[in-house]
Design a protein around this ligand. Sequence first.
Ligand code: NAD
Length: 438
Amino acid sequence: MKITVVGTGYVGLVSGACFADVGIEVVCVDIDQKKIDKLKQGVMPIYEPGLEEIVVRNYESGRLKFTTDLGEAIQGSEVAFIAVGTPPGEDGSADLKYVLAVADEIGQKMSDYIVVATKSTVPVTTGKKVEQAIKVALEKRDRALDFAVASNPEFLKEGAAVEDFLKPDRIVIGVEDERAEKIMRRLYKPFQLSGERIIYMDIPSAEMTKYTANAMLATKISFMNDIANLCELVGANANMVRKGIGSDPRIGNKFIYPGVGYGGSCFPKDVKAIVRTAKQYGYNLRVLQAVEDVNDDQKHVLVKKVKKHFGEDLTGMTFAMWGLSFKPNTDDMREAPAIVMIDELRAAGAEVKAYDPIAMDEAKEVYVGDKVTYCKDAYDACIDADALLLVTEWSEFRLPSWSTLSKLLKNKVVFDGRNIYDAKYLKEEGFEHYGIGI
Ligand code: NAD
């Protein structure tokens, strides 16, 4: 079986490599020549645990190929996945220009029946638009080739993407064509060794499923952050409350950790996009509007605590920041709360010394630039800093040497944006500890 994956970002590259790993012939296509050249040399464009090994192994075996030539890639492919970005447009709706450009190109270059499956997160009705773009391109060529569109939203998590793809909880496939369904069933067979995990549905339902899943997860986070803020006011401990409610299986213990707000390339843009879709249909998604508002405020909560402790004017002060990426185990800086906090601290006159195990290059090149001093390790960031801000809960920050930190920091004050430190223990060590909702 041969397939093409268009777009070699977090989703496309992981999907392509994992499909190749189960024996499928995969051609990964990207318009970014530099990315493709680097991949051929075994250099990964992103950090994702386990990815390099699986890419290099399959590239060397010849099952995984990289090219910028979509036309050549799709010859003989039974499926072409669209896995390009769908960033937010100015009004918050998902910008479909990359998805539709790929659909158009497929229409221009295809020469046989193919299933065009959208993996990108796209608003409901995009399946129809993809179909239309291919039809128009075929008409321009005066060709009447058969094809099918499918929706195959991706649920992998950055930081555990390879594992998630190889062992999915579920695979959602929106497909309305029998031949296409058979092809998709065959393609995904190797990923469901322990029972049927594919949920088939119509295309609009598959498109809605992805947004609904992300919207639900974002809701859990904002809900808990809202409750945590109240806990602080009433003198309750949000960690205790989390444990108390998480033990109820109807609620579950995941995604209810208070923190500094969600970020990344998915939740912020997908919540915006579904709210926008609803508006287009004359409906107001009130819960999700509130989810977004709470999250926007939550990104400011830690610096508010800093100002409450040190005063509004932070001129001449320096803060150590541990973690920059929006969550651990990824270099993804898109919509990371750290960006908001850095801007706020600087606006109040402070300097920031930052350390992140993986995301510093990405931060420096695109998102933060030279607004902070990048440090060689976590302790280096604390030398002569007025306080420590824990922003991303990378494992290596979980158990630092508090005795070393007490010598490096000017003040023994920790702003713990992820509640990873034991407040009682820190107090015993002479530190002031500020958490979220505790
Ligand atoms: P990304 O920005 O990392 O990668 C997109 C890639 O597509 C880039 O390499 C870009 O050069 C390439 N591209 C753009 N136009 C192209 C074209 N015409 N032809 C070929 N390549 C082209 O994006 P991502 O994070 O992988 O996300 C892709 C989609 O998957 C988005 O819709 C996103 O919402 C969705 N998604 C992302 C995740 C995630 O964790 N990142 C998870 C599930 C779903």
